[in-house]
Design a binder for this molecule. Structure first.
Ligand code: MN
Ligand code: MN
Length: 319
């Protein structure tokens, strides 16, 4: 028997039953003793169009019951490699976005003080900003792999400096993210001006529009990104589910056609193996628009792939 927490097996308790934690792992009230803490951030008041991502963590937990402990192709074994538990949700104030941002940052300060890394379920993309603020206090500015249909670099939206469409501008301004090691993958469709994505480019970030991803494997792109970031730089992976095409991930607030395939999403996350990944999030899943549950199911599997991408995860390559 391993010393690590194990997901409750489908032969011990039917998959549709038992406690609805992420991957059927044990839950605990703090991150003490954990290598990786799984955290829900049920906040959707930073959203500019459809809401509903407040229900994301709960639904992703529900759909995660189908995720088993081993990656069949990579042979990755995150639950034999790390102590992982679901530590529940951040108690956001759903009536106050600014206060919620502070609550989230303090929550992550506490998790990081335990020495745990975090994998977070949104919530809308605003939640990445307070997470990055907490991370920067530990690591300084981090490299960023950002999957999204949108750049999220508006200066303001409706006059607000912090909401789901402004966070990476704030993160660069506050030096939470090094723009020279920032990669935005999957950006597309329409903007307010044809130069909308150039703010990132002008600061040295690499923008990879969805069109440059169409019809091909993203494995070579990820090799380039690993080369550019290097093995030691702390990296944060922020995965907005709307980076994927609405045909595979319809349950989201601001869907855009022409997006990445689920396969490309998996290639991006697997391509983070070899980086010094220090945290990751999966955001913008909105269950009310996810009539089949497939978006949450995909999200759960992508989060499993994130666990497999952390340095030290045992797998075929280092058996
Ligand atoms: Mn986003
Ligand atoms: Mn987006």
């Amino acid at each position: 028997m391993t010393k690590y927490n194990q997901p409750l097996g489908g032969n011990e308790m039917p998959r549709f039953a038992g406690h609805a934690t992420l991957f059927r792992l044990p839950t605990q009230p703090t991150a003490e003793g954990l290598d990786i803490a799984l955290v829900g951030v049920p906040l959707d008041i930073g959203t500019s169009n459809r809401g509903g991502s407040r229900f994301g963590p709960r639904e992703i937990r529900c759909e995660s019951v189908m995720v088993r402990p081993y990656g069949m192709y990579t042979r990755a074994a995150p639950f034999d490699s790390f102590q992982i538990a679901d530590i529940g949700d951040v108690p956001v104030n759903t009536f106050n976005l600014a206060q919620s941002i502070d609550i989230i940052e303090k929550f992550y300060d506490g998790v990081l003080a335990c020495g745990a890394k975090t994998v977070s379920m949104g919530g809308d993309h605003t939640v990445a900003l307070p997470i990055l603020r907490a991370l920067a206090k530990v690591h300084g500015s981090v490299a960023l792999v950002h999957v999204d249909a949108h750049a999220d670099i508006n200066d303001t939206m409706f006059g607000e400096k912090v909401c789901h469409g402004t966070i990476f501008r704030r993160a660069v301004e506050e030096e939470l993210v090094d723009p020279k090691k920032m990669f935005q993958i999957g950006l597309r469709t329409t903007g307010y001006s044809a130069e909308d994505f150039d703010w990132s480019r002008d600061r040295g970030a690499r923008v990879v529009p969805a069109e440059e991803c169409w019809h091909k494997s993203l494995t070579p792109l990820m090799a380039e990104i690993r080369q550019a970031i290097g093995p030691d730089t702390p990296v944060y992976l922020s995965f907005d589910i709307d980076g994927l095409d609405p045909s595979v991930a319809p349950g989201t607030g601001t869907p855009e056609p022409g997006g990445l395939t689920s396969i490309q999403g998996i290639e991006i996350i697997r391509g983070c193996w070899g980086l010094n990944l220090v945290g990751a999030d999966l955001v913008e899943v909105s269950p009310p628009y996810d009539t089949t549950g497939n978006t949450s199911l995909l999200a759960a599997n992508l989060i499993f792939e994130m666990l497999c991408a952390f340095p030290g995860c045992k797998r075929r390559e280092n058996d």
